[in-house]
Design a protein around this ligand. Structure first.
Ligand code: PLP
Ligand code: COI
Length: 355
């Protein structure tokens, strides 16, 4: 499918931010976006146009029943070279989310080409300082005008781009995480493993309580026993014990993170013992208290690797690694950001050159 283009002249383009690392995450957008429409049973009319408002009927199904999915990926720049990190993983996860939400699939080859074309047009927006990147947000929403609950027959797919620095205002420093008490994020059989918009809406109430109590994000527990670690607001979680590194197993209630998978691969390649298993909150708190738990961190595209310095649970605080960044966490951050930015050798075939 050929992508139609209507581009701004150089004079019409916006001024780019000087200090991307100081921007609040995802608050500035590039000059252009890509849109494509699904109707009559097929995708058509892909276009790259100036960034603009979307026109939506107030009865669009997404506005009422949340039939919407998205992805989060990043483009990096080193000198004149532009890279994506494992983009085909995001694209196949997008299609798995689409399938769970009864939305039409994308042609995966076309979706990668569309991302690449938009990135190349906006390549001057890609920051090159360490810890910065161009965040890519492919999204699909249900646009059929209908109040009856049903899968939409019409959709819009769009991609917007935002130059970003660290997700947390702390940067690469230990963050404070509150363990959820009153609410759960996703239950077995639900949509926790899909990157669907409602999962984030469901998290807001407990996230608000966390923020008000001085924490950055919530660590969710499982919905059945309220006992086992699931994932953090926008990240998967790893716990470093003296004798093993553990991360919650994928059971359909958490997002199968691409960073999580990359971390597991790196750790195994370093001959470290990584297990995907159930981790109870009691085990974690006991490990903090007897020193058996040495580090804990979250990981995700936006957050990269985020050291956890304090856990809050039932009005008590549990400091981890004496509030410092642990060795495993630091080594992973350096290796991952080094590979992503093209500074370190990629032995895994993860880095995808664009233009
Ligand atoms: N879990 C949630 C809820 C997320 O929003 C994210 C971010 O995408 C992740 C985990 C990490 O996934 P990934 O590493 O693919 O970005
Ligand atoms: C990402 O890491 O890409 C995410 O999707 C997190 C986002 C909700 C900010």
């Amino acid at each position: 499918m050929k992508i139609e283009k209507n581009l701004l002249s150089d004079a019409e383009r916006k001024q780019k931010p000087q200090q991307v690392e100081d921007l609040s995450f995802g608050s500035v957008f590039t000059d252009h976006m890509l849109t494509m429409t699904y109707s009559g049973g097929k995708w058509h009319s892909p276009r790259i146009t100036p960034y603009s408002l979307l026109e939506l009927d107030p009865a669009s199904l997404v506005l009422h029943y949340g039939q919407g999915i998205f992805e989060g990926m990043k483009a990096y720049r080193r000198g004149n070279d532009v890279f994506l990190f494992r983009p085909t993983q995001n694209i196949s996860r997008f299609n798995r989310s689409a399938s769970r939400m009864v939305m039409p699939k994308m042609d995966e080859t076309f979706m990668l080409e569309a991302i690449e074309e938009l990135i190349c047009i906006e390549r001057d927006w890609i920051p090159s300082k360490s810890g910065t990147s161009l965040y890519i947000r492919p999204t699909m929403i249900a646009t059929e005008r209908k109040l009856g609950v049903k899968p939409s027959d019409e959709y819009i797919f769009f991609i917007i781009l935002s130059p970003v620095g660290p997700y947390f205002k702390e940067g690469f420093k230990p963050i404070r995480i509150m363990i959820a008490e009153s609410y759960a994020r996703a239950a077995p059989g639900g949509v926790g493993a899909a990157k669907t918009i409602g999962n984030y809406a469901a998290s807001l109430k407990e996230e608000k309580r966390a923020k008000e109590s001085g924490y950055s994000q919530v660590l969710w527990l499982d919905a059945c026993d309220n006992k086992y670690l699931e994932e953090v607001g926008t990240m998967n979680v790893f716990v470093v014990f003296e004798d093993e590194i553990a991360t919650p197993e994928l059971g359909g209630t958490i997002l199968p993170g691409i960073t999580r998978d990359s971390v597991i691969t790196l750790l195994r390649n370093w001959d470290m013992d990584v297990v995907e298993r159930k981790i109870s909150v009691d085990e974690v708190l006991a490990g903090v208290q007897d020193g058996h738990l040495t580090e804990m961190f979250g990981c995700g595209t936006a957050a990269i690797i985020a050291p956890i310095g304090v856990l809050g649970y039932q009005r008590k605080e549990y400091p981890i690694s004496n509030g410092r960044i642990g060795n495993v966490t630091k080594r992973l951050y350096d290796e991952l950001t080094g590979i992503q930015s093209g500074e370190r050798k990629d032995n895994y075939g993860w880095v995808h050159s664009v233009c």
